[in-house]
Design a protein around this ligand. Sequence first.
Ligand code: GN1
Ligand code: MG
Length: 362
Amino acid sequence: MKKNKIPYIVHQFLPKSDIILTKELEGGIINQTFLIRIKANPCKQFILQQINHSVFPDVPALMSNLKIITEHLHKASAQNKQSSFLQTFLYYQTIEGAYYYQHSDDTYWRLSDFIAHEDIVNPKNLKLANEAGKLFAYFIGQLTDVDLKKINEIIPGFHDSEKYFKLFIKAVKKDKTERLNSTKEIYEEFIKFKYLIEDFIEIKKNKNIPVRLVHNDTKIDNILFDSEGHAVSVIDLDTCMPGYLMSDFGDAIRSLSNTCREDEKDVNKVSFDFKLYESFAKGFLKNVESFILPQEKENLAFFALLITYEQALRFYTDYLSGDIYYHIDYPEHNLQRTRVQLKLLNEMNSHFKAMEKLIKEF
Ligand code: GN1
Ligand code: MG
């Protein structure tokens, strides 16, 4: 992508500003993110993002959600300054008054505040895990009084694992890229854990489990920490939609308790760190205690396995379909990601009883 169009785009939000730095940030595998520094005294920093338009086709609906959510969080934080843990950010309007800018090459952009934080190389330690658990839980608590009717379902059934299972079966039948035969052992693994989907279908039938406004992408990378290791902000709110609280817990455990990267090349190195699980779970439970329902609590550990399985399904389906959803750096990238998730799932599975026990006894 041409770097020189960035100043032009920034000027749609901040006319006449003097840009002194543009730096691409890594991390997400959906949107493209840049840090922008503007000359001022002291200098100001912003986050500019190119929104992935094929993943988020309805940008106005997406930005409408984000406006409601970020303003709600901002107001709530301002009101209880003393007790708030959460540093909030807002999106900026263009000169035309929209919360996104559609460029002539059909790319979509948005600008928000930058939250100062510490760049942490490896966030997987017990203290940070506990902090992350507390903040994700606090975040859900802060959103309990947003009117769900005002929030658009940006990606329908985003954590509907049954949906992903069906898409997987479809991709297997089609075998568009003829990659199935050489990865038969992976297919077998998915069948081995199919009962997770069957159990999930039963859970979905339980109308006493509330649909809440949740984050839906609770990767540890989506928490910012300060230099003392306090979790200070929750970012990447694109998928903030109605869903289950258990999904947020499960997705966080999936990303945090894996001792390796999501695309570790040596699958043997991947393992499940029970201590990290424990530390996150204790932080999380502490801050949902006042509103979590027993029927949610009893499914938390199950969702760690379910979301790991779901993520494996999503990576493998994308692999079979020719890598059209996730950004890849090499041809087998999605396959490697699948292998890592499946290894993690097996590891979690052997700890499942202890995972459930810990939550029950909290
Ligand atoms: C995507 O781009 P990023 O990293 O925030 C994905 C998540 C996956 C994650 C796996 C909208 O999130 O659901 O868990 O990759 N987001 C979307 O790394 O699909
Ligand atoms: Mg995301």
